[in-house]
Design a protein around this ligand. Structure first.
Ligand code: 13P
Length: 259
C-alpha cells in the first residue's frame, strides 16, 4: 500500500541573516511561491532566534503560509541557564517546528542522545513539532556502522515518546559527511538511510507511527538534485542548509515537481 505523506521542505538558515535580511528573504520567497505550492508542499524556515519575532510579524501581516521554525531549544521551561531559550518561549512566537539534535549541535556543542530526547519532550509539551536529526559520520560509514548509528540515534532520541506523537513528527536523516560539503548522498544512499529510520520507527512504535512520520533528507540538497531525492519512497521532504539562503534556489527546491 502506498501511503501519502505531504512533503515538508525546511530551510535551516543556521547562523546566517540578521533580522533585516530575514525580512527581505521572506518577502522574496513570498513572491516566488504560490498558493498551489503550499497546497502540495509544507514549507518551513528556521532563522536564528534573533529573527523569529520579525519573521513572525512579516508572515502574519502578509498572510504567507510558510511555517516558522527554530533551530534548537532547551528542555527546561525557565531558569538560570544563560544563553538558552525554552520551547514555551518559541511556541509563544508561533513557532511550529523545532530542530533537535542537528549534527552541528551534536559535534560542536556536545548534544547527547539523552539531551536530544529531553529537547523533543519539551517541544512536544509546548505543542510544537520536533524535527529530530540523525545521521552517521564519514568514519562510521567507512566502518560499516552507518545503519547501527542511525538506528541507535532514533531509538534513544525517541525514548518514552508516545506512538501518536511519533506519527506526527519529523525525522531528518542527514549524513554528516554530506552537510555543507557539496557531496550529496546519492538518491539510493539517501533512501537507504531514510528506510533505516522508518524501519526502526516501525519496530519500536508500530505501523501507524512508521506510516505517519515524515522523514526528510538533508545534506547538500540543491534544485538540481531535489527531484531525484523526492522520488524515493521513504523521503518525504528535505532539510536544506546553504540553498535555503536564497529565494531563487529555495523556491525551486520547494517546487521540486517542476525540476
Ligand atoms: P547543507 O544543505 O548546506 O549541506 O546543510 C544541510 C543541513 O545541515 C541542514 O540542516
Amino acid at each position: 500500500m502506498v501511503v501519502e505523506r505531504k512533503p515538508l521542505i525546511s530551510g535551516n538558515w543556521k547562523m546566517h541573516m540578521n533580522h533585516l535580511e530575514a525580512i527581505q528573504l521572506i518577502q522574496k520567497l513570498s513572491y516566488a511561491l504560490e498558493a498551489a505550492d503550499y497546497a502540495s508542499t509544507d514549507v518551513s524556515i528556521h532563522p536564528p532566534f534573533t529573527n523569529l519575532r520579525s519573521a513572525q510579524t512579516v508572515l502574519d501581516a502578509d498572510k504567507i503560509p510558510i511555517a516558522l521554525g527554530a533551530q534548537h531549544c532547551h528542555w527546561e521551561d525557565k531558569g538560570a541557564l544563560t544563553g538558552e531559550v525554552s520551547a514555551s518561549m518559541l511556541a509563544k512566537l508561533a513557532v511550529r517546528y523545532v530542530i533537535a539534535g542537528h549534527s552541528e549541535r551534536r559535534q560542536l556543542f556536545g548534544d547527547s542522545d539523552e539531551d536530544v530526547n529531553s529537547r523533543l519532550k519539551a517541544i512536544l509539551i509546548a505543542g510544537m513539532t520536533p524535527i529530530m536529526c540523525c545521521g552517521e559520520t564519514l568514519e562510521e560509514r567507512r566502518n560499516q556502522q552507518a545503519e547501527a548509528r542511525i538506528a541507535f540515534q532514533v531509538e534513544h532520541g525517541l525514548a518514552g515518546i508516545k506512538r501518536e506523537q511519533v506519527a506526527n513528527m519529523v525525522i531528518a536523516y542527514e549524513p554528516v559527511w554530506a552537510i555543507g560539503t557539496g557531496q550529496t548522498a546519492t538518491p539510493s544512499d539517501a533512501q537507504v538511510g531514510c528506510a533505516v529510520v522508518r524501519n526502526k520507527v516501525r519496530e519500536l512504535f508500530g505501523a501507524l507511527a512508521a506510516d505517519g512520520v515524515r522523514i526528510q533528507y538533508g545534506g547538500s540538497v540543491k534544485p538540481i538534485n531535489i527531484a531525484e531525492l523526492m522520488a524515493q519512497p521513504d523521503i518525504d521532504g528535505a532539510l536544506v542548509g546553504g540553498a535555503s539562503l536564497e529565494a531563487e534556489s529555495f523556491s525551486r527546491i520547494v517546487r521540486f515537481r517542476l525540476q
